[in-house]
Design a protein around this ligand. Structure first.
Ligand SMILES: Nc1ncnc2c1ncn2[C@@H]1O[C@H](COP(=O)(O)OP(=O)(O)OP(=O)(O)O)[C@@H](O)[C@H]1O
Ligand SMILES: [Mg+2]
Length: 267
C-alpha cells in the first residue's frame, strides 16, 4: 500500500537538524514521487552537495527494510549507491545516499538500457552473499507454491535483490545502478534474472524474447527448468494475490505478465 509522501520540511526540527549535521545546511529539497513505500523520498541540495534521503516512521511495519538496506550497502556498492548515513531520531528512520544522476531503466524491446541491466545482473551474480541476516527466498515464496516442499527449489546461497521494478534501476552513463535493497534475500542465483523476466514481459517482450535476453546471464542460462516452472507458477499466484479483484493499471500489467509467462512455460 502506498504511504502518503512526507516532504523534508514536514519532518520534526530535531530530525532535520540531525540530517543537516551529516550533510551541511539544506538549501533546497525535491520530493521524489517514483517510490511508493517510503514516506520520505527526497533529493536534498545542501552546502555539502546533493544527497538522496528515504525515511519511514520508526513504528512502521516495514522499518526493518531500512535496516536491511543499511546492512547490505557495504557489500553491494558501487552497484548500489553508497549509503552516507543511517539516523534513528525522534521516531524517524532515515537513510542518506549518494545521489545518482540518471534515468529509470527502459525495459521495452530494443531499449539500449537492456544490455546495461544484463551487465548489472551479471555483476550481482558475481557478488558473494554476505553472512548477514537476510530473508530467504524459499520462505518468501512458500505461500505461493502448491506443495510446501516445492519452495525448496528457490533455496540457495546467492545474494538477490528481487525487486526489478524499472524505477529501482537507474541508468547513469554506461551503467545500470540498483537502488532499494530493503528486500535483499538469500536464494537460488537464477531468481533475480527470473524476477526481471516478468518485468521484461510487462514492458512489451514476449515470454520467449524475455527468456532469450536472460540467456546472457549465466545464472539464468543454467537454471533448472523444473524449478523455473515452479517460480513462474508462484509468481502468477503472487501477482494474482496482489492484484485482488480491482487492480490498478500498474498491478494489472504485472499480473498479466506473470500469467503470460506461466502460460508460456506450462502451456
Ligand atoms: N541514490 C539515489 N539517487 C537518486 N535517485 C534515487 C536514489 N535512490 C532512489 N532514487 C529514486 O527514488 C525512488 C524511490 O527510492 P526507493 O525505490 O529506494 O524507495 P521506496 O519508496 O522504498 O520505493 P518502492 O516504492 O519501490 O518501495 C527510486 O525509484 C528512484 O527513482
Ligand atoms: Mg523502489
Amino acid at each position: 500500500m502506498a504511504l502518503p509522501p512526507v516532504a523534508f520540511d514536514d519532518l520534526p526540527r530535531s530530525v532535520r537538524s540531525s540530517i543537516e549535521a551529516e550533510t551541511g545546511a539544506v538549501l533546497e529539497t525535491e520530493t521524489v514521487t517514483a517510490g511508493k513505500n517510503s514516506a520520505l523520498s527526497a533529493r536534498v541540495h545542501t552546502t555539502g552537495g546533493t544527497v538522496f534521503l528515504k525515511g519511514l516512521n520508526s513504528e512502521h511495519r516495514w522499518v526493518w527494510t531500512q535496516r536491511c538496506e543499511a546492512d547490505i550497502n557495504p557489500y553491494v556498492t558501487p552497484l548500489a549507491p553508497r549509503m552516507l548515513f543511517h539516523l534513528v531520531v525522534e521516531g524517524w528512520d532515515i537513510l542518506g545516499f549518494e545521489l545518482l544522476d540518471g534515468h529509470h531503466a527502459d525495459y521495452s524491446p530494443g531499449s539500449p538500457d537492456i544490455p546495461k541491466v544484463v551487465q548489472a545482473l551479471r555483476r550481482l551474480d558475481d557478488m558473494p552473499c554476505p553472512n548477514i541476516d537476510l530473508r530467504l527466498a524459499e520462505q518468501r515464496l512458500s505461500k505461493y507454491v502448491t506443495h510446501p516442499a516445492d519452495a525448496e527449489a528457490f533455496a540457495g546461497d546467492a545474494l538477490l535483490h528481487t525487486d526489478w521494478n524499472n524505477d529501482n534501476v537507474l541508468i547513469t552513463g554506461a551503467r545500470a545502478r540498483l537502488v532499494d535493497w530493503g528486500w535483499a534475500t538469500r536464494g537460488a542465483a537464477w531468481l533475480d534474472p527470473a524476477y526481471w523476466i516478468i518485468w521484461l514481459i510487462a514492458s512489451g517482450h514476449s515470454p520467449a524474447q524475455a527468456e532469450e535476453i536472460g540467456q546472457h546471464i549465466p545464472a539464468w542460462a543454467t537454471a533448472p527448468p523444473t524449478a523455473v516452472d515452479l517460480f513462474a507458477d508462484a509468481n502468477a499466484a503472487l501477482w494474482n494475490e496482489i492484484a485482488g479483484d480491482s487492480p490498478d493499471v500498474w498491478t494489472a500489467r504485472l499480473r498479466s505478465a506473470a500469467m503470460k509467462w506461466r502460460h508460456h512455460r506450462r502451456g
